[in-house]
Design a binder for this molecule. Structure first.
Ligand SMILES: NC(=O)c1ccc[n+]([C@@H]2O[C@H](COP(=O)([O-])OP(=O)(O)OC[C@H]3O[C@@H](n4cnc5c(N)ncnc54)[C@H](OP(=O)(O)O)[C@@H]3O)[C@@H](O)[C@H]2O)c1
Length: 270
């Protein structure tokens, strides 16, 4: 199956890396990005030749992944519309509704919305998918085949649920990186040099995350195992609670969700 990726910045590049890792050959991937630096990076990092603008080559692909910023998706849709025949269009643009994209594509309706996240680049992503009821089973299966190459997939009931998943999983890696940054700061304050701070924070994080993923126990039960009353960990957790950290995290995710709703209702989409 030939797949074009339109827009090869952070997410487009992550998807290309994950698709290569899943066994799709470079001959079957057609990346397109107008940014010369992005094209050079793709060539260097993934050994992929990247085109600078959509062209008639798009007629030969089975699927196009649109991975440009939401605010330019309308322009990009108009650029690719002349080349659409029977291809599946997969949009990863946060908050952009299928109905709006279909209109920008001149009424083309073979569209699936996807919300992947950056660990897709190493095959450990989680991607939410949403489609209108009219989308054929074969097109849904095609989207599943492509995105399951870069991690797990979850079908959402509708686009509202995909916006909720965006706040959780699309943005989620940033929350995790933020926590890792804080652990690294703490390690440096405790006297470790940069290299060791990095190793200590990341290995602790990935080890605990892998344990949580493998264990059937609730996260609260796992936490209790590490934090007997009056111990060292309990001292840290008491401060987190006093600062209402858990509530701040929940509110942060809800703020991301609110932003996805705002993008979805921005002028031009209705
Ligand atoms: N980053 C994430 O973690 C994440 C997660 C889930 C979903 N997404 C979605 O993925 C999309 C891309 O996000 P990103 O973070 O990867 O943005 P990004 O790093 O800015 O990448 C977008 C790329 O598209 C290029 N582009 C601009 N116009 C184009 C055109 N006409 N044809 C082809 N490529 C074009 C941009 O080039 P220029 O720089 O020259 O404009 C840029 O290299 C967004 O819609 C976002 O909502 C991102």
């Amino acid at each position: 199956m030939k797949i074009a990726v339109i827009g090869c910045g952070h997410m487009g590049c992550a998807l290309l890396a994950g698709l290569l890792k899943s066994g799709i050959s470079d001959a079957h991937l057609i990346p397109i990005d107008p940014d010369e630096r992005v094209r050079a990076q793709l060539e260097q990092r993934l050994k992929l030749h990247c085109g600078s603008a959509p062209d008639a080559g798009l007629r030969a692909v089975q699927a196009l992944i649109l991975s440009v910023k939401p605010d330019i998706l309308a322009d990009v849709a108009r650029q690719i519309a002349p080349y659409l025949q029977t291809q599946l269009v997969i949009s990863v643009a946060a908050g952009i509704r299928i109905a709006a994209l279909a209109r920008w594509l001149g009424g083309y309706s073979r569209i699936v919305r996807a919300m992947p996240n950056l660990p897709a680049s190493i095959g450990l992503g989680i991607t939410g998918l949403a489609a209108l009821p009219s989308v054929r089973e074969a097109d849904r299966a095609c989207a599943e085949r492509i995105l399951s190459g870069v991690g797990q997939i979850v079908w959402c009931l509708d686009e509202d649920q995909l916006d909720a998943l965006t706040a959780l999983c699309g943005s989620g890696p940033a929350y995790v990186f933020y926590f890792i940054e804080a652990l690294e700061d703490a390690a440096r304050r405790l006297g470790f040099d940069d290299t060791r701070a990095r190793t200590l924070a990341r290995t602790t994080f990935t080890g605990a995350a892998a344990l949580a993923a493998q264990s059937g126990a609730a996260a609260s039960a796992l936490r209790a195992q590490v934090s007997p009353p009056n111990g060292t960990t309990a001292a840290a957790l008491a401060l987190f609670d006093a600062k209402r950290m858990r509530e701040a995290i929940v509110r942060g995710v809800l703020a991301a969700h609110q932003r996805a709703i705002e993008i979805a209702s921005a002028p031009g989409q209705d």
